[in-house]
Design a protein around this ligand. Structure first.
Ligand code: NDP
Length: 482
């Protein structure tokens, strides 16, 4: 594939085949050069409707398969993803601008692991038998029906896999809308599912901006909406879903704390802070962007961080040596630069990085920041870390929790009792001790407070893509009062 042509056969995938969109044009740009690499069209309202209709009519047949057969098809998809790994990594890099050294190991590989995990889990889901002394009740875990998946642009293919894997394993069908910025990976996934033997219509892709997502969320056939996006979008989508009593999973933004105590390994804590802020050019929801460092380690931490950030290799994302790629879009780069400017204007000290040029913003670290500064309070979704000094444990916990977000949190210390005590007190759905931003499929992932509802990955996700039917079985005579 040349860097200038990532054009799929058509813009949408409905009923098992590529279909050209009938809505407005949607140009896909390679974030590194800004060149148009694919010219797509959005779905028209009639096509959104056709996609949910296709999903609804395929769902019953899909749900009627033995779970082990659904699992087998998902497993075949995993194999195809592995076979096409290099092509898929390159496409992800073109779609997102993320370095190929990341997309080879993180994006599709993580998506494939989700498919592998839920393929195996599908056949293990059972109900309960509840004895009542003669009569009894049994429960059936049933699919919800048609699920709508709506994705963000930072991990487009991983998000499509993370949402479709538990949904499809449980016998649901899905209509997925990728972010308008990164529409290509989900189409590949749809193609791969069909190649793996999945019946037509079980997984469909529509393209479009927020309005297409909004139409999907309110379609009467849709029983569940799973969104990965920002908190403001989450509020709108949750409200629209509530109108129809739809189930929701909301994976939203964050402003997560990473707390580094004096006794932590300096090198590991600095490494984790880098991973927690600069991977994918900082465009990661769970990033630990408020780095609280205890007095005794504070200065050494900043000095080592600046040293290591000076070594970063920025540049062509398709170059294997590149570690730090461009920002997804000029609009997002401007938002990040505005945040950096506000940090300077509010009096924070720039330790390294800064606004950068064009599509690139280098790893940027602020020190001497206060908790009430905009850079400390608001999600930036770019490579901007704020280092905050603290003195004692109780203070660190109180300040870490003083946010409306609650996606993730990390603690670095060699004192294990303290590590567990602090994690227990932190208001976050996903926590790490002496690690950061590792999200294995075996572990539940999701947020509390404004950062979300529900969990992705792990056996917990099964509950978010199914509902319980309770069946009472009478075994004796029926006694009526008259
Ligand atoms: P947005 O909230 O802007 O968009 C998310 C998705 O929702 C996009 O596909 C968007 O479409 C769509 N959308 C927008 N408005 C509506 C609507 N009214 N109804 C239905 N769908 C709608 O997020 P970004 O794409 O900018 O992603 C960045 C955000 O995502 C950050 O806040 C980040 O923290 C969060 N995120 C959370 C993750 C998590 O797991 N918790 C993981 C990754 C990101 P379009 O883009 O086409 O307008």
């Amino acid at each position: 594939m040349s860097a200038t042509n990532a054009h799929p056969p058509a813009s949408l995938f409905i009923g098992g085949e590529y279909v050209e969109g009938e809505g407005p044009a949607l140009d896909v740009r390679y974030p590194y050069t800004g060149e148009v690499i694919a010219q797509l069209r959005e779905a028209s309202p009639a096509q959104v409707e056709a996609a949910t209709r296709a999903a609804a009519s395929a769902q019953a047949e899909w749900a009627a398969l033995r779970p082990v057969e659904r699992g087998r098809i998902l497993s075949r998809a995993v194999q195809i993803i592995h076979d096409r790994a290099e092509e898929l990594a390159r496409l992800e890099t073109l779609d997102t601008g993320k370095p190929i050294q990341e997309t080879r190991v993180a994006d599709w590989p993580s998506g494939a692991e989700a498919l592998e995990y839920f393929a195996g889990l599908a056949a293990t889901v059972t109900g309960q038998m509840i004895p009542l002394g003669g009569d009894f009740v049994y429960t059936i875990r049933e699919p919800l029906g048609v699920c709508a998946g709506i994705g963000a642009w930072n991990y487009p293919s991983q998000i499509a896999c993370w949402k479709s894997a538990p949904a499809l394993a449980m016998g649901n069908a899905m209509v997925f809308k990728p972010s308008e910025e990164t529409p290509l990976g989900a189409l590949k996934l749809a193609e791969i599912f069909v190649q793996a033997g999945m019946p037509a219509g079980v997984f469909n892709v529509v393209q479009g901006r927020g309005a297409v997502g909004a139409a999907l969320v309110t379609d009467p056939r849709v029983a569940k909406v799973s969104l990965t996006g920002s908190v403001p979008t989450g509020r709108k989508v949750y409200a629209a879903a509530a109108e129809g009593m739809r189930h929701v999973t909301m994976e939203l933004g964050g402003k997560s704390p990473l707390i580094v105590f004096d006794d932590a390994s300096l090198e590991d804590a600095v490494g984790a802070a880098i991973l927690a802020n600069f991977y994918s050019s900082g465009q990661v929801c769970s990033n630990g962007t408020r780095v609280f460092v205890q007095d005794g380690l504070h200065d050494a931490f900043l000095a080592r961080l600046a040293e290591r950030c000076a070594d970063v290799r920025m540049g062509d994302p398709l170059d294997e040596a590149t570690q730090h790629g461009p920002i997804i879009s000029p609009a997002q780069a401007e938002k990040i630069r505005a945040a950096i400017a506000s940090g300077l204007a509010e009096g924070a000290r720039l330790v390294c990085g800064g606004p950068g040029e064009g599509a690139f913003i280098p790893p940027t670290v602020f020190a001497d920041a206060r908790d009430d500064m905009t850079i400390t309070r608001e999600e930036i979704f770019g490579p901007v870390m704020t280092v905050l000094r603290f003195t004692d444990e109780a203070e660190a916990v109180t300040r870490a929790n003083a946010t409306s977000f609650g996606l993730a949190a990390g603690v670095f210390t060699r004192d294990l009792a303290r590590a567990h005590r602090v994690v227990a007190a932190l208001q976050a759905g996903t926590c790490w001790i002496n690690a950061y931003n590792l999200t294995p499929v075996e572990a539940p992932f999701g947020g509390v407070k404004q950062s979300g509802i529900g969990r992705e990955n792990s056996a917990a996700a099964i509950e978010h893509y199914s509902q319980l039917k309770s069946v009472y079985v009478g075994t004796g005579p029926v006694e009526a009062p008259y």
